[in-house]
Ligand binder design. Structure first.
Ligand SMILES: Cc1cc2nc3c(=O)[nH]c(=O)nc-3n(C[C@H](O)[C@H](O)[C@H](O)COP(=O)(O)OP(=O)(O)OC[C@H]3O[C@@H](n4cnc5c(N)ncnc54)[C@H](O)[C@@H]3O)c2cc1C
Length: 392
């Protein structure tokens, strides 16, 4: 098989890249080791930055998001039994969309197939070869179990944190930066209308909690739990009473609605960056190159931003014969990546209770939260980063 751009992974990064390349007249094939149903059901992100939502609209993928998703103009920070709203349009002129990653993936797959795009499901990439030559190749196991080869001009690894893309870069050219947090998120999906109009980020002595939503009838909630937690240790009743305790307001004016829990999962928390994000004709994008703890809602957005940059670089390469965009890709993408890494680390450190924290550390956290609640520039800094910095 031969194509112009071989894309490994049909997550949001790989699918959006394939879609954008198609709009630019550049041919691609996507290899995905899972089946279509699995890709469309994997529960993950739900917050889409202002600029990424715009990019979805501009590329013809905004209609369902605008009809069925929610525009959110703020979030609530809840601590010491009080709530403080961060008003995005007032502070930044921007907003975010609440639109599940599963829905973005569904729309992208449907659109690629309708446009005649090639997504090979149950086709696992096993090796990337010849990336320093002009004819790189990706070996993959076909759905029938045979070994096949995809030849191309460029390989883009959008194969997530556990893929083969990153490990195909020679060790001597790669630096990695890593931080593992001593806690995880227990996430639930519940058939109950959200108890709030906007996301609530709660800091409590018992640990962090987040109230999010998927639709008018489905809520998504998270609890900070120790790393290595098993979901079996958390009965539905225990989850609801812990959530109620962490979200409680001092005046008792707010009540958490409960309902049947349809999904429980554990998300480990880590920060991770690979540098550079390119070697020869192999590019890394999305979680293949970097991971953030989900507190800042940046993972999906970074993945989409990477491939927007890459799609423009590839367009210039084929439309104008100019490789400047591709040559600058790694440095340009890494500037945004490191900003998002810092913001995600900062939000995580601000909102979670670290088991090793001293009483002094806890006072520092509360003091900063009070500063955000009282001081407009401090709130604006949070809002700027959360809604997505256009200039980085
Ligand atoms: C619980 C949770 C909540 C989150 N919340 C948010 C949020 O609110 N906002 C936000 O921005 N981000 C959030 N994130 C992060 C976000 O989901 C990820 O950053 C995003 O999925 C990255 O997309 P990707 O396309 O780079 O990688 P992935 O979505 O991981 O896709 C990689 C794809 O590659 C495939 N693959 C892997 N290896 C191979 C191979 N060898 N051959 C072929 N295919 C392969 C995989 O099967 C997968 O389909 C959250 C994550 C989690 C877990």
């Amino acid at each position: 098989m031969r194509t112009t751009v071989a894309i490994i992974g049909a997550g949001p990064a790989g699918l959006f890249l394939s879609h954008l390349l198609h709009l630019h007249g550049v041919d691609s094939v996507v290899l995905e080791r899972r089946d279509r149903d699995y890709c469309e059901r994997r529960q993950r992100a739900g917050v889409v930055e202002h600029g990424v939502a715009e990019a979805l609209r501009e590329s013809g993928l905004g209609r369902r998001m605008d009809r069925e998703g929610f525009r959110h103009d703020g979030i609530e920070l809840r601590f010491d039994g009080r709530g403080h709203r961060i008003d995005f349009p007032d502070l930044t002129g921007r907003h975010v969309m609440i639109w599940a990653q599963t829905e973005i993936v569904k729309d992208l797959i449907a659109r690629r197939l309708a446009d005649g795009g090639q997504i090979l499901f149950e086709a696992e990439a096993t090796a990337v070869e010849g990336v320093e030559s002009e004819r790189p190749r990706v070996r993959f196991a076909s759905p029938e179990g045979d070994e096949d080869v995809l030849e191309c001009d460029y390989v883009v690894a959008c194969d997530g944190f556990h893929g083969i893309g990153r490990t195909s870069l020679p060790e001597e050219v790669v630096s990695t930066y890593d931080k593992v947090y001593p806690f995880a998120w227990l996430g639930i999906l519940a058939d109950v209308p959200p108890s709030c109009d906007e996301l609530i980020y709660a800091r409590h002595e018992r640990g962090f909690a987040l109230h999010s939503m998927r639709s008018e009838t489905v809520s998504r909630l998270y609890l900070q739990v120790p790393a290595e937690t098993d979901t079996a240790a958390w009965s539905d009743d225990r989850i609801w009473s812990e959530l109620a305790a962490r979200f409680e307001l001092a005046d008792g004016a707010w009540k958490l609605g409960t309902g049947p829990i349809t999904d429980k999962s554990i998300t480990p928390m880590r920060s991770f960056v690979t540098e550079p994000m390119r070697h020869g004709r192999l590019f890394l994008a999305g979680d293949a190159a970097h991971i953030v703890p989900p507190t800042g809602a940046k993972g999906l957005n970074l993945a989409m931003r990477d491939v927007m940059l890459l799609a423009e670089g590839l367009r210039r390469r084929y439309a104008e014969g100019d490789t400047a965009g591709l040559d600058a890709y790694s440095d340009t993408a890494l500037r945004r990546v490191w900003r998002a890494e810092h913001f995600s680390y900062w939000m995580t450190s601000l909102m979670h209770t670290d088991p090793a924290a001293t009483p002094f550390d806890n006072r520092m956290q509360r003091s900063y939260l009070e500063h955000i609640a009282a001081c407009r520039p401090a709130a604006a800094q949070l809002a700027e980063n959360y809604t997505g910095l256009p200039e980085v």
